[in-house]
Design a protein around this ligand. Structure first.
Ligand code: FRU
Length: 323
């Protein structure tokens, strides 16, 4: 192992716009800044599978030392990932899985467990027989499939859950129609693929004056004004399942793989249920961590500036001595 050898990491991020993805990128960058010899490049595919394939091709051509991928979906991405893997580039999958076992490691939470946790929570928080509306994700990603699967596994066995109606299209109109055509007074809970959809569903219901009759459960549990934790504190969400991004863990894994350490293929991250009983604590913890992160970033910047000053002074000294 050479100490100062630069490790080139390429990260292919499937979606660019939402806060959860931004948090993932950010935690990778913070973790990277702790290791001066890691060079991290992030490419964002804007929800386009073609773009993601191209970006991974570029990483292969650039001969990255480790490739990290959060794949948009399970199937079409397989050939390019196998290509990288067969060339000997270690591949870390993060958050989403693929239909192949040609990758080095997976890091992320168990989405079947996420769905089960939501269903158990809903069943435990009611005494009566209830009906649930499920709003699924729309892509073919493993979280979309598994969060629904896990939810059904538990909910269908719960005697208190009487009926589950699932909708897949999350355009506003579809949900508005559902609210019109179904008797919403017939529903008690709305389980959404993520907090973004839960917020939107809550808004549609609120506009119709129906939000108080429904209880909403989401997934992600981000901090920040639009995040799930605040929605729980505001009473819009009954609960959310904290789904960690794994950004820092992926960088740590990449480094260990590059150093030749033996690592586990499946690296599972913990999930936590957030409801009004622990939302405050979660929020405080998050705020402390991000304060510490900001402090760390400030210190790293200060070191950078000091180093630059040192190099300038050193060079001036050399010039002066040469004169
Ligand atoms: C963000 C997101 C999250 C979700 C994750 C699943 O792009 O949709 O809301 O938890 O991706 O891959």
């Amino acid at each position: 192992k050479k100490d100062n050898e630069v490790i080139k990491i390429g990260f292919s991020q499937c979606i660019s716009t939402d806060q959860w993805r931004k948090d993932m990128n950010h935690s990778m960058m913070v973790q990277t800044s702790l290791y001066p010899n890691i060079n991290l490049k992030i490419s964002e595919a804007d929800r386009s599978i073609e773009k993601q394939i191209d970006q991974i091709e570029s990483f292969i051509n650039e001969e990255v030392d480790v490739l990290i991928v959060s794949p948009l979906e399970t199937k079409r991405i397989v050939p390019v990932i196998e290509k990288a893997y067969n060339k000997g580039i270690p591949v870390i999958l993060i958050d989403r899985k693929i239909d192949s076992d040609k990758y080095t490691a997976f890091v992320g939470a168990d989405n079947i467990a996420v769905g089960r946790m939501a269903a158990s929570y809903i069943a435990a928080s009611t005494k009566n027989s209830i009906n649930v509306l499920e709003i699924k994700g729309t892509d073919n990603s493993s979280p979309t499939l598994e969060r629904s699967l896990g939810f059904h596994q538990v909910a269908e066995r719960e005697s208190k859950i009487n009926k589950i109606v699932s909708i897949e299209d999350y355009s506003d109109q579809k949900f508005a129609n559902v609210l019109d055509t179904l008797d919403v007074t017939d529903f008690d809970y709305v389980y959404s693929f993520n907090d973004i959809l839960a917020r939107w569903a809550w808004q549609v219901a609120e506009n119709k004056g129906l939000a108080d009759q429904l209880k909403f459960v989401g997934v992600d549990g981000l901090v920040g004004p639009d995040g799930g934790i605040n929605m729980v504190l505001e009473g819009k969400l009954e609960a959310t399942v904290l789904y960690p991004t794994g950004g820092a863990e992926a960088i740590k894994l990449a480094r260990r793989i590059h150093e030749g350490e033996k690592i586990q293929k499946n690296n599972s991250l913990n999930i936590t249920l957030i409801d009004k009983l622990n939302a405050d604590i979660m929020k405080n913890q998050y705020e402390k961590i991000s304060e510490q992160q900001e402090e760390l970033e400030r210190q790293l910047e200060a070191i950078d500036i000091q180093e630059q000053k040192y190099y300038v002074q050193n060079n001036l000294l050399k010039v002066a001595m040469a004169l």
